[in-house]
Design a protein around this ligand. Structure first.
Ligand code: IMP
Ligand code: MG
Length: 187
């Protein structure tokens, strides 16, 4: 049911699969093992940017064999539905201070990188001991901000994609794979 009380109208149409569910899970197991090795003897805080990255966080965390903690931020970026301006408003801040902590920002996708760039500057000001980024997807050649991304799952093309946490108008987050959205608004 939508807001008008009727059946929900279709929102775009799914196109080709970009990354299969099996490939996503295999990559996440690798990323988790890498983080476990790199942070041996430490207890990093994973910071998840809602809502898209929540699916990735849930799977990634279960492949990290360390006493990790979670924290969540919610931000809204000014701009159109499919393009970011880089100006970000914080809707929900961290629950705990990160000063002196090892912080890993868990992201779903980096497109222009402007959102993450803003976020990293904000987090750095809180003086964590270390600050790294783990993103599942990254769009090849689109980054407008220079970012140092330590962990990267897949480089993908410029198409607008949905699934595995990524949405179009709040739909498709529950797909286990990543697919192109046809008939939606492209980048
Ligand atoms: P950026 O600031 O341009 O890097 O945009 C980052 C944010 O835009 C991501 O965290 C996503 O929420 C959203 N985004 C970028 N590309 C896509 C896409 O292809 N599908 C769905 N969301 C996207
Ligand atoms: Mg996002």
């Amino acid at each position: 049911m939508d807001e008008s009380g009727g059946m929900e109208a279709p929102v775009g149409r799914l196109g080709d699969v970009v990354v299969s569910a099996g490939d996503i899970q295999a990559k996440i197991a690798e990323l988790g093992a890498e983080i476990t090795r790199d942070y041996e003897g430490r207890a990093p805080v994973l910071i998840c940017v809602l809502k898209g990255a929540s699916v990735f966080l849930a799977d990634l965390a279960r492949h990290i064999d360390l006493p990790i903690r979670f924290d969540f931020m919610a931000i809204s970026s000014y701009g159109s539905a499919t393009k970011t301006s880089g100006v970000v408003r914080i809707l929900k801040d961290l629950d705990h201070e990160i000063e002196g902590q090892d912080v890993i920002v868990v992201e779903d996708i980096i497109d222009s990188g402007l959102t993450l760039n803003y976020l990293l500057r904000y987090l750095k000001a809180r003086r964590p001991a270390t600050l790294e980024v783990c993103t599942l997807f990254s769009k090849e050649g689109r980054q407008r901000a220079k970012l140092n991304v330590r962990y990267e799952g897949f480089r993908i093309g410029p198409e607008f994609v949905v699934g595995y946490g990524l949405d179009y108008q709040e739909r498709y987050r529950n797909l286990a794979y990543l697919a192109v959205l046809e008939d939606g608004r492209g980048p």
